[in-house]
Design a protein around this ligand. Structure first.
Ligand SMILES: [Ca+2]
Length: 100
């Protein structure tokens, strides 16, 4: 085990994107989004565990498709190495540029 703080790879997560990883600490399967997405699709559906918001805007994430079931709002620049357990592996849609 290491005590080093974990940080997302800025090379993997481009500026201007909302980045999502399937594992904690910005690891595992990865997608990044530059616009709102009403259904992230099978690859990332119900899998988000860590994220980094590099859009420069507020992002909101939802448990269901079409922005139904607000989970939480993410400020510009914020990242989390692991979302709260009750939000883990649930995100299905995301909105860039607005909270919920
Ligand atoms: Ca879901």
């Amino acid at each position: 085990m290491t005590a080093h703080p974990v940080a997302a790879d800025s090379g993997q997560c481009p500026s201007g994107s909302f980045c999502v990883w399937e594992q904690s600490s910005y690891r595992g399967d990865f997608r990044h989004y530059t616009s709102s997405n009403p259904n992230v699709g099978d690859y990332m559906n119900d899998r988000m565990t860590s994220y980094w918001n590099r859009t420069g805007k507020t992002v909101s994430v939802y448990e269901h498709s079409n922005y139904v079931g607000c989970m939480f709002t993410i400020a510009a620049g914020k990242s989390e190495a692991a979302v709260a357990s009750h939000f883990n592996d649930k995100m299905t849609s995301l909105r860039i540029g607005s909270g919920c």
